[in-house]
Design a protein around this ligand. Structure first.
Ligand code: NDP
Ligand code: 2IT
Length: 443
């Protein structure tokens, strides 16, 4: 049995009930077969066994009081996965589906993503099963303060720097930051995605979505295609989806469908992003409101967004949202590229199908890395006590995404699987972490 398979079997046996973590690990280790064959020092140093085991996992109680005076208790997580190349870095997710396995899959992916950015950040992730939907601002603040009452002792500007993810945006980061400062008295770069008046970076809000489309631009250009005139499905309607759709317009394409967790819209003339921002960012309402802004658009309850014929599909909502049947429908309808804005949105059998049918495919750890890369730029600006203009940050982001694309494409060619960006991303992301771990000894 191969070394990677042995490590994977151990992982599954020792981490029962964590299917998303198994899925993420299987994909990465599957891509590393050739690398470990060529470099025996990896097995000799137990490197993969160490890589798949988080350095530290913190699980804590988060009690808070709701607007009716009822005591509520949620569970908080922070998984500090790997600090070989820098302080732990990764978002916080607040969603009722959050559990340890989900946070571990996200933290594991984050190791390789952060490495791909070329910046000195390690991998971590955290969150809670708290559901911000339908909560008042006061309830969200009470929750965030209680969450930070425990988290603060585990994080720090040079230790671990959380940020946003699903359910955690500028509002939550503000409450978390205020409580951290209250508890420690330190005004430091302990969170990213902060508001502009208190140390946030311009273009961080846009960064994941914009970065995704910069990446797609490189990928389709290499295949002799263009975003100009492309009809694009962007699933989700949160932070990543909105700014991916905005950049698609800027590059000459048209986003025609978006969704939330209750339904999807199809607007054949192009989605009205001002309406989507108003509904999702300002009102925090459901996307079904969209037809009151655009009466000619369609709204459908439930799943089905992938049935809309398109040239390019950008899954930007959540894990395992694009299944084999969806992949078949996309291919049948003439879609030629699928690029992930979300983390692990495409199921493994759907990825296989897309690649087998010659569809351009990019994994989230490469194409959505612009968000965390810009978080690292926020850390740099904070450390220097200055702030760059929007254009300065955006230009750096663009350069980083072009680099990531080139590095993934090159790694794939070097290992005999040209065009396979999934393998390329896993290998290129792994190499830097691997070399740092080897240099630092058995720790
Ligand atoms: P948001 O909370 O801003 O938005 C999430 C969006 O996805 C919402 O529209 C939400 O709908 C929708 N959604 C969530 N679950 C489902 C579901 N089961 N089916 C359909 N739609 C769903 O989160 P982000 O935009 O920040 O994150 C989206 C994805 O991108 C996640 O996978 C995240 O890990 C990843 N990511 C985020 C980065 C960032 O910088 N924010 C960076 C890199 C990756 P509803 O409004 O109904 O909840
Ligand atoms: O998945 C991700 O890369 C994020 N949610 C962003 C993490 C960050 O630290 O900006």
């Amino acid at each position: 049995m191969s070394y990677t398979q042995k490590v994977l079997d151990q992982l599954v046996a020792r981490n029962p009930g964590e299917p998303e973590f198994h899925q993420a690990a299987k994909e990465v280790l599957g891509s590393l077969e050739l690398v470990v064959e060529q470099r025996p020092e990896i097995e000799k140093n137990g490197l993969l066994e160490r890589l798949i085991e988080p350095e530290r996992q913190i699980i804590f109680r988060v009690p808070w009081v709701d607007d009716n005076g009822i005591v509520r208790v949620n569970r908080g997580f922070r998984v500090q996965f790997n600090s070989a190349i820098g302080p732990y870095k990764g978002g916080l997710r607040f969603h009722p589906s959050v559990n340890l396995g989900i946070i571990k899959f996200l933290g594991f992916e984050q190791i390789f993503k952060n490495s791909l950015t070329g910046l000195p950040i390690g991998g971590g992730k955290g969150g809670s099963d708290f559901d911000p939907k339908g909560k008042s601002d006061r309830e969200v603040m009470a929750f965030c303060q209680s969450f930070m009452n425990e988290l603060y002792r585990h994080i720090g500007a040079d230790v671990d720097v959380p940020a946003g993810d699903i359910g955690v945006g500028a509002r939550e980061i503000g409450f978390l930051y205020g409580q951290y400062k209250k508890l420690t008295g330190n005004y430091e770069s302990v969170l990213t995605g902060k508001g502009i008046p208190y140390g946030g970076s311009l273009a961080r809000t846009q960064a994941t979505g914009y970065g995704l489309v910069y990446f797609v631009n490189e990928m389709v250009k290499d295949a002799g295609k263009s975003l100009k005139g492309a009809r694009v499905i962007v699933s989700g309607s949160g932070n990543v989806a909105i700014y991916a759709a905005e950049k698609v317009y800027q590059m000459g394409g048209t986003p025609i469908a978006m969704c939330d967790s209750t339904g999807w819209i199809y607007d054949k003339d192009g989605v009205d992003l001002d309406a989507v921002k108003q509904i999702k960012e300002v009102q925090r309402a459901r996307l079904r409101e969209y037809t009151s802004y655009r009466p000619n658009a369609e709204y459908h309850e439930g799943v089905g967004i992938w049935t809309v014929p398109c040239d390019i599909a950008l899954p930007c909502a959540t894990q395992n949202e694009l299944h084999l049947e969806d992949a078949k429908t996309l291919v049948k309808n003439g879609c030629y590229a699928v690029a992930e804005g979300a983390n692990m949105p495409t199921t493994p059998d759907a990825i296989d199908y897309l690649m087998a049918n010659g569809i351009l495919y990019s994994p989230g750890k490469a194409s959505n890395a612009g968000g965390v890369a810009t978080s690292a730029l926020e850390m740099s600006q904070n450390a220097m006590r200055l702030s760059w203009t929007f254009d300065e940050v955006d230009e750096k982001l663009h350069g980083i995404m072009v680099n990531i694309y080139e590095n993934c494409a090159r790694a794939a060619s070097n290992y005999g699987c040209a065009g396979n960006l999934m393998a390329g991303a896993n290998i290129a992301g792994f190499e830097k972490v691997c070399n740092a771990m080897l240099a630092q000894g058995i720790v």
